[in-house]
Write a protein of this length. Structure first.
Length: 581
């Protein structure tokens, strides 16, 4: 009867494929735990190693069927000391896999006792904290398939050296290596030396990663012996050479990273067309020249990074063949011309940076990409907005960057004088309409376009206001309620502005002067009374006299002036029209 491996836990599965932990193996592990300095908070491995449990079930521990410890994974366990040449770690003679990556061993010297673990096939000490010269004893690990000693030092201080022994001495016995990662290790070797050493010592090499190793050029053609090579990382070195065209002859090449390596000359266009290539990083090589070639159908490129180089020319229409492209960085180059329409095919784009070039025309149409999270088109010569998904055509023939594009910051589009509209602060000014052609003049008919969003908004406000006014006209109780609150508001606000708000009984308003006959509902005044009033009045005419309510006749006025139905132009003239404003 078979075993359903999907229905059992990882610890149970480990026991099915391994034996019971041997006593001496458990003792070595407990001794190792005792000598290590580590932080127990949020750790899932060392803190759970206890005397009462079978060590083959401990997290990070793998055993063979005989109960020997064959794998130890203690990466990212915050270990800051205790691994030295006398550590019980180096007595685990059956170890095949050891991972101490991403710990903080406080610049502990690289222990020479590592040479005791001759069964190791996988050794990962990346960013473990070891320092100093890599010992010659490491070359005793003749079964190694993967060796990772890489260091990512942000301070610029290299903490591991490979000079005595040098690279040639270290690799002379490691002939079965398929992955060599020595990033950040100072080996200070010229091109012919390191190229030929690797080519003749490691015939099965697939991954070569030597970034920031103080290497120099030239890149020797002897590397062509490594026909299994799929990843080449040589960035942050002072190669000072042109890129050899023979890189295009690696049939399995998937990654080529040569960033910040002082490259120069013309980049071979054939390398772009390697059918297996999915990552190409040539960034920060300002002397490197080139242009984009025609891309083959179904290209495998996923990351294309050419920022801060001297690449120029137009984007080819065939760039749409790179349907797997997720990251494209072409900033600070000399590209020019419009974006090809085929960019709409780049449906997997996540990151797009075309800033500081000479691109013209509309923004590239990338609305098919649902995963686009970053876009920077600043400092180009873009002249108009582009049609993005759910965009709206305005009557001025401008296009609104909506939905996806408006989620990006203004800085992604600044430096393009022809761009306007959100997310930019520049308002789009509609062009003047062209004159309508007469019947005698040939030409296209005038097409009227409506801003339906504005129309719908206006209609909505109109309907709402109409309903409110109609309700107050025919609902007496509601009308009185409204008058009451307006009057209360006027009593609170108007005195702070220097005005008096008063309510007159019997249709009469009293102020400094008495107005015996206010305007009637038709707004007509008594001409005889006007003449008399005009002769008697010598003060200021108050423009704030107003009949606000046909029932109550309320007045708002300045106390320093008299209310008149109309301003006295002369003693012989009067107005019969109302001045109820």
């Amino acid at each position: 009867m078979g075993v359903d491996f999907n229905s059992i836990s990882s610890s149970t599965l480990n026991r099915l494929v391994s034996g019971q932990c041997l006593t001496d193996q458990r003792s070595l592990l407990l001794q190792l735990k005792k000598t290590l300095n580590f932080t127990s908070a949020n750790k899932l491995r060392l803190v759970n190693w206890t005397q009462s449990n079978d060590c083959c079930g401990w997290k990070g521990v793998t055993c063979d069927q005989s109960g020997h410890v064959t794998g130890l994974d203690l990466n990212s366990e915050s270990i800051n000391g205790g691994v030295n040449r006398n550590s019980s770690l180096f007595s685990l003679k059956f170890l095949e896999r050891l991972n101490l990556a991403y710990n903080s061993l406080n610049s502990t010297p690289f222990p020479s006792s590592i040479g005791n673990l001759t069964n190791l096939v996988y050794l990962n000490l990346s960013n473990a904290g070891f320092s100093g010269q890599i010992p010659i004893e490491l070359s005793h690990l003749t079964r190694l398939v993967t060796l990772d000693l890489s260091i990512f030092s942000f301070s610029g201080i290299l903490s591991l050296q490979l000079q005595n022994p040098n690279l040639s001495t270290l690799l002379q016995n490691l002939t079965v290596l398929t992955e060599l990662l020595l990033d950040g290790v100072n080996m200070s070797a010229p091109g012919i030396e390191w190229c030929q050493t690797i080519s003749y010592s490691l015939p099965n090499l697939r991954v070569l990663s030597l970034s920031n190793c103080y290497l120099s050029g030239p890149i020797d053609s002897s590397l062509l012996k490594l026909q299994s090579l799929s990843e080449i990382h040589l960035g942050s070195n002072n190669l000072s050479v042109s890129v050899p065209e023979f890189f295009a002859n690696f049939a399995n090449l998937t990654v080529l990273s040569l960033c910040s390596s002082n490259l120069e000359g013309q980049f071979p266009p054939k390398i772009f067309q390697v059918p297996t290539l999915h990552t190409l990083d040539l960034s920060n090589n300002i002397k490197l020249q080139g242009s984009l070639p025609e891309f083959l159908p179904n290209g495998s490129l996923q990351r294309l990074v050419l920022s801060n180089t001297n690449f120029s020319g137009r984007l080819p229409d065939s760039i749409g063949n790179l349907r797997n492209l997720s990251r494209m960085e072409l900033s600070v180059c000399n590209f020019s011309g419009p974006f090809p329409n085929s960019m709409a095919n780049l449906s997997h784009l996540v990151y797009l940076d075309f800033s500081s070039n000479n691109f013209t025309g509309p923004i590239p149409s990338v609305q098919v990409s649902k995963n686009l999270t970053y876009i920077d088109l600043s400092h180009n010569a873009l002249t108009e907005n582009a049609a993005f998904q759910q965009s709206i055509w305005w009557s001025s023939c401008q296009i609104c960057k909506c939905t996806q594009i408006q989620s990006f910051s203004e800085t992604s589009f600044k430096g393009n004088r022809g761009l306007c509209g959100a997310p930019l602060n520049t308002t789009c000014i509609p062009p003047l309409p062209s004159p309508t052609p007469t019947s005698n003049e040939p030409g296209p008919s005038l097409i009227t376009e409506f801003d339906w969003e504005v129309i719908y908004t206006g209609v909505g406000f109109g309907i709402g206001a109409g309903l409110l006014v109609g309700l107050l006209m025919f609902w007496e109780q509601g009308s009185h309620w409204c008058d009451k609150h307006i009057e209360k508001f006027a009593w609170m606000i108007l005195p702070t502005l220097g005005f008096i708000f008063s309510c007159c009984n019997d249709g009469k308003v009293k102020s400094e002067g008495n107005i015996e006959n206010p305007l009637d509902e038709t707004g007509d005044s008594n001409e005889d009374e006007d003449a008399t009033e005009d002769k008697a009045f010598t003060g200021l005419y108050c423009v704030f006299c107003s009949k606000l309510d046909i029932c109550w006749e309320k007045v708002i006025h300045n106390p320093k002036c008299r209310c008149h139905e109309s301003p006295p132009i002369s003693t012989s003239s009067s107005f019969s029209s109302s001045s109820s404003s």
